[in-house]
Design a protein around this ligand. Structure first.
Ligand code: THU
Length: 139
């Protein structure tokens, strides 16, 4: 994947981070999920007073895409940080990694973590979530 595409994903994730609803943690996360045919779905974290229903930015993006019948994904960019502070690297939580593993090829799907378009690190899903449980395990 070329650098411009990665930068665009990080920039989109930064835009969606502005929509985070996080009055409890004050931690804001944005995600931008790229389909193999070039569409981008953005997501933000959405918290809840009951805590458990909180949805991470990554899963918001995945569930938006799947509900639009898009299920072939190339990459996701994730940005996060405390409200009113500089962005920090924000690795996806275990639940979001499991959702990625449901839909994405672990050796092809890219996870891009950044604090800005000039500061990005790219990993394969298999690097950030090795030895995952999947549908194959329950065949
Ligand atoms: N969060 C995300 O949205 N994505 C991550 O990868 C890590 C955590 C959210 C969940 C919660 O709203 C806040 O960040 C603090 O955990």
């Amino acid at each position: 994947m070329n650098e411009d595409t990665k930068k665009k994903l990080v920039e989109t994730a930064i835009e969606y981070r502005k929509r985070a609803y996080s009055p409890y943690s004050h931690f804001k996360v944005g995600a931008a999920l790229l389909t193999k045919d070039g569409k981008i779905y953005g997501g933000c974290n959405i918290e809840n007073a009951s805590f458990t229903p909180t949805n991470c930015a990554e899963r918001t993006a995945f569930f938006k895409a799947v509900s639009e019948n898009d299920k072939d994904f190339a990459a996701i960019a994730i940005v996060g940080g405390k409200e009113n502070e500089k962005l920090q690297f924000c690795p996806p939580c275990g639940v979001c990694r499991q959702v990625m593993a449901e839909f994405c090829d672990p050796d092809e799907f890219l996870v891009i973590l950044g604090t800005g378009p000039e500061d990005m690190h790219t990993y394969k899903l298999s690097e950030v979530y090795p030895f995952n449980f999947s549908g194959k395990d329950i065949e």
